[in-house]
Write a protein that binds this ligand. Structure first.
Ligand code: ASP
Length: 307
């Protein structure tokens, strides 16, 4: 059983505030990403390739807060974070604070495969991408008017904002994917612009292995939400620990982390998870989460609001 799940961020996503056209756009973008990853898995590709491809597709779509649609920092720049992890061999790569690379998830993979490091940041990470010929883009490529407006509002309010918390009309978020391939291997990938009005050089949970992204031989996890809470909860790794040490099922472990641990302290958001048997769960404690799943032999399923 091979399978893939994706998310496009969690937050305040009220049904009333999303027009049918906008809803269709999101569904289409999520389906495209799902099918991109699924087709690779169906051809026998590694889970790592599938999650990278799905995340790239979402990074290229301006609807989501990653790559092209990344949010602005307090000083009006983009600083993007991304990470991926391969479960069976525990290899991981991540970048933080990149400003130029078109697809931060590809830079994260370079860190994993071409360096001895796990996490590379700032100009050094953009430089690595340049060295290996990844496409770089000028600042204008990452500019979107609604993200700019969102920053102005956040500046006025004087606080850092989760992408979709700023205004009901801006419901786009961090992206991620988890997969199980035909060989039974698991992988996870996450990519984000972070939080609107974040202080420059702020690092969220996304590129921190164990906080926003994790994969081992039991499960693969990609998180989205208020990063500082996910870091303090070591959220993604906690799911793996609850499975390993407490014998919980994937679904129980994810519920404990998202509903019992994160929600009570204000850790708004959710995660997507897959286990070695191909079980998938997509829990969140926010109003909505862009999400989808496609399992072997089935068609793509996507959703936005609570069911
Ligand atoms: N977790 C991301 C961060 O804190 C934001 C998000 O998921 O929307 O950088």
């Amino acid at each position: 059983m091979f399978a893939l799940a994706i998310h496009g961020g969690a937050g305040t996503i009220a049904r009333a505030s999303l027009s049918p056209d906008a809803e269709r756009e999101y569904h289409a973008a999520l389906e495209t990403a799902l099918n991109t990853g699924y087709d690779l898995l169906a051809q026998g590709a590694a889970a790592l390739d599938a999650v990278e491809a799905a995340v790239r597709s979402l990074e290229d779509c301006p609807l989501f807060n990653a790559g092209r649609g990344a949010v602005f920092t307090h000083d009006g720049h983009h600083e993007m974070d991304a990470a991926l992890m391969s479960g069976h061999n525990r290899l991981a790569g991540a970048v933080t604070g990149v400003r130029q690379v078109q697809n931060p998830i590809r830079a994260a993979r370079l860190v994993m495969e071409k360096t001895e490091h796990v996490l590379l940041g700032y100009p050094g990470a953009d430089e690595l991408a340049r060295e290996y010929g990844l496409p770089l883009q000028p600042a204008e490529y990452f500019f979107t008017q609604h993200r700019y407006n969102q920053l102005q509002d956040a500046l006025k309010a004087g606080k850092m904002q989760l992408d979709h918390a700023a205004d009901p009309n801006w419901k786009k978020g961090t992206v991620g994917a988890v997969a199980r391939d035909q060989h039974g291997h698991l992988a996870a990938a996450t990519s984000t612009g972070g939080m609107t009005n974040k202080r420059y050089s702020r690092i969220g949970d996304t590129p921190l292995i164990g906080a926003g992204t994790w994969a081992d031989e039991r499960c693969a996890i990609s998180c989205t939400g208020n990063g500082e809470y996910f870091i303090r909860a070591v959220a993604a790794y906690d799911v793996a620990c609850l499975i390993e040490y407490k014998g919980l099922t994937l679904e129980e472990a994810c519920r404990v982390v998202v509903q019992d641990k994160l929600a009570p302290v204000g850790g708004e958001g959710g995660l997507i998870a897959i286990d070695a048997a191909g079980n998938v769960t997509l829990p969140f404690n926010s109003e909505g989460m862009y999400r989808g799943c496609r399992r072997e032999g089935e068609s793509a399923w996507v959703a936005i609001y609570k069911e």
